[in-house]
Design a protein around this ligand. Structure first.
Ligand code: ATP
Length: 446
C-alpha cells in the first residue's frame, strides 16, 4: 500500500503478478478456470520462502514441535468421525431471478447483491470435494479431498507420540494442499477452491488450553510482524458463539486490512479434545497420553493455529507494494513501483548488473555473479541481468522486491570494488569484491 489514505487498487497487484511472473490465471490458454491460479517462476520462490519462514520459526525454532506430511486422500471414516460430513457446511442461498449463488452469512441483506432479486431459503452445502478411489464410481468407493490438514495429524497422534517420545505440551506442524468447494470465491488468491494451508496442532493438558490459546495468538501475530507486515493493518477478532466451528470452544482470527476491508488471514482455534476423542471412539484406538506424574491417561486438548499460505503470500504482497517518486540519472524524477518485501521472503535475493554490455565489463561481472551465487545462492535466487539501461534494470528489480543490486562498472576493473544498491533507500555503497559475501550476508539477514 502507498499510505492509509489511498489504499492500492487490487488490480495493480494482479497485473504486477502477471507481468512479472508471480501468479497466472490457471489454464489461461483455454480461457482460464475461474478462481484457480498458478504460481510462476517468481511466485513459486515467494511461496516457498513464506512456507520456509513459517517452518523455521514454528518447527526449527522450537524444541516442542515436530513436522508431518500426511496424505490428501484419507479413509472416509475420518471425515465421518471428525464431523465434517455432517457439519463442514456453509449456508447456500440462490437468487430467484438471476440464479446467482451466495453464502448467506456473507450477505448484509436478504436480497441478491447483484440484481436485488428475492433469495431462496438457505440450505447447508457441504464444502468437501468428493471423488472416487479406484476404477468403479460407486458409493462404496467415495473419498474426499481434505479441507484441512489437521485430521492427518489427529489420526497420527499415536504414531508421532510413539516415535518421538514426546510429553505434553508438544505440537505437530504440517503444510499442504487443502480443497474446499467454496460457494463464492474471489479477491484474487484470497479465496480459492484449492489452496495451501500451514497448520499446527498443539497438544496440551486439559486446563492449560485457555492460556496456551492466548500465547499462540501472540506467537502468530509476531510471525507477521517480524516479516514486516504493518502492525496497524493487523487485528485480532474473537469469533462470536454463532460463528464457532462445530469443534471449537473459542476461535480468534488474525485479520489484515486489505484494499477491500478487513479479511481473515489466520484462525487460532481451541479444538478441545473433540477430534482425538471422536477418532478414539470411532476407531476403537485410544488417542491419548499417559501422564506419569498424575498416573493416568489424558486425552489432550488441542490449540490449532491455522494459516493459509496463499492468503499470507497475498498479505505480504499487498503490504509490500509501494509507489513513489524517484530521481533518475538525468536529474528528473519518475514514478517507481517497488515491493518492500522482507529479505527472507524476496524471490530474488541479489541481482548482479554490469553497468553496460561493454565487453570489457562482462568477464568481471560474470565472475562477481558466480561468486555471489556461491555465497548467497543458498538463500535463494541470484540473477544476472545485462539487458537495457541500468535505470530500467533497477526499476525491474525494485518491482519484484530484490533487496540488493550489485553493479559492476568501469572503475571495478581498476579498484576491484562494486556498488551495492539498496532497494528501499536506493542508497549506494562501494564495497571491495572480496568483502562482498560478508556484506551481502549481513544485509540479507534482514
Ligand atoms: P472463511 O470464514 O474465510 O471461509 P474459515 O474460517 O473457514 O475461512 P479456516 O477454516 O479457519 O477458515 O482456515 C484457516 C485458514 O486457511 C484461513 O485463515 C485462511 O488463511 C485459509 N483459507 C481458508 N479457506 C480458504 C480459501 N478458500 N482460499 C484460500 N485460503 C483459505
Amino acid at each position: 500500500m502507498t499510505d492509509d489514505a489511498t489504499p492500492i487498487d487490487l488490480e495493480k497487484i494482479v497485473s504486477l503478478c502477471k507481468r512479472r511472473g508471480f501468479i497466472f490465471q490457471s489454464s489461461e490458454v483455454y480461457g482460464g478456470l475461474s478462481s484457480t491460479y498458478d504460481y510462476g517462476p517468481l511466485g513459486v520462490e515467494l511461496k516457498r520462502n513464506v512456507k520456509d519462514a513459517w517452518w523455521r520459526k514454528f518447527v526449527w525454532g522450537r524444541d516442542d514441535m515436530v513436522g508431518l506430511d500426511s496424505a490428501i486422500i484419507m479413509h472416509p471414516d475420518v471425515w465421518r468421525a471428525s464431523g465434517h460430513l455432517d457439519s463442514f457446511t456453509d449456508p447456500l442461498v440462490d437468487c430467484r431471478d438471476c440464479r446467482k449463488r451466495w453464502r448467506e452469512d456473507q450477505l448484509d441483506e436478504p436480497r441478491c447483491p447483484d440484481c436485488g432479486g428475492l433469495l431462496t431459503d438457505s440450505r447447508n452445502f457441504n464444502l468437501m470435494f468428493r471423488t472416487y478411489m479406484g476404477p468403479v464410481e460407486e458409493e462404496a468407493s467415495t473419498v474426499y479431498l481434505r479441507p484441512e490438514t489437521a485430521q492427518g495429524i489427529f489420526v497420527n497422534f499415536n504414531n508421532v507420540l510413539n516415535t518421538t517420545r514426546r510429553k505434553l505440551p508438544f505440537g505437530v506442524a504440517q503444510i499442504g494442499k487443502a480443497f474446499r468447494n467454496e460457494i463464492t470465491t474471489g479477491n484474487f488468491i484470497f479465496r480459492t477452491r484449492e489452496f495451501e494451508i500451514m497448520e499446527i496442532e498443539y497438544f496440551v493438558k486439559p486446563g492449560d488450553d485457555d492460556e496456551c490459546h492466548r500465547v499462540w495468538v501472540e506467537e502468530c501475530l509476531d510471525w507477521y510482524r517480524e516479516l514486516g507486515i504493518s502492525p496497524e493493518r493487523l487485528r485480532v477478532r474473537a469469533h462470536e458463539g454463532s460463528e464457532l466451528a462445530h469443534y471449537s470452544k473459542a476461535t480468534h482470527d488474525i485479520e489484515y486490512r486489505f484494499p477491500w476491508g478487513w479479511g481473515e488471514i489466520q484462525g487460532i482455534a481451541n479444538r478441545t479434545d473433540y477430534d482425538l476423542s471422536a477418532h478414539g471412539s470411532a476407531s476403537g484406538e485410544s488417542l491419548s497420553w499417559f501422564d506419569d506424574d498424575a498416573g493416568q491417561r489424558v486425552v489432550p486438548f488441542v490449540v490449532e493455529p491455522s494459516a493459509g499460505v496463499d492468503r499470507a503470500l497475498m498479505t505480504f504482497l499487498v503490504d509490500a507494494y509501494a509507489e513513489e517518486e524517484a530521481p533518475t540519472t538525468s536529474g528528473r524524477t519518475e514514478r517507481r513501483v517497488l515491493l518492500r518485501l522482507h529479505p527472507s521472503l524476496a524471490p530474488v535475493k541479489v541481482a548482479v548488473l554490469p553497468l553496460s554490455r561493454n565487453q570489457r565489463l562482462e568477464p568481471l561481472a560474470r565472475s562477481v555473479f558466480e561468486s555471489v551465487r556461491r555465497s548467497s545462492g543458498r538463500n535463494g535466487v541470484v540473477q544476472y541481468d545485462s539487458a537495457q539501461s541500468i535505470g530500467r534494470r533497477y526499476r525491474r528489480q525494485d518491482e519484484i522486491g530484490t533487496p540488493i543490486c550489485v553493479t559492476v562498472d568501469f572503475d571495478s576493473l581498476d579498484d576491484n570494488a562494486v556498488t551495492i544498491r539498496e532497494r528501499d533507500s536506493m542508497a549506494q555503497t562501494r564495497v571491495a569484491i572480496d568483502a562482498l559475501p560478508g556484506e551481502l550476508a549481513g544485509r540479507l539477514a534482514g
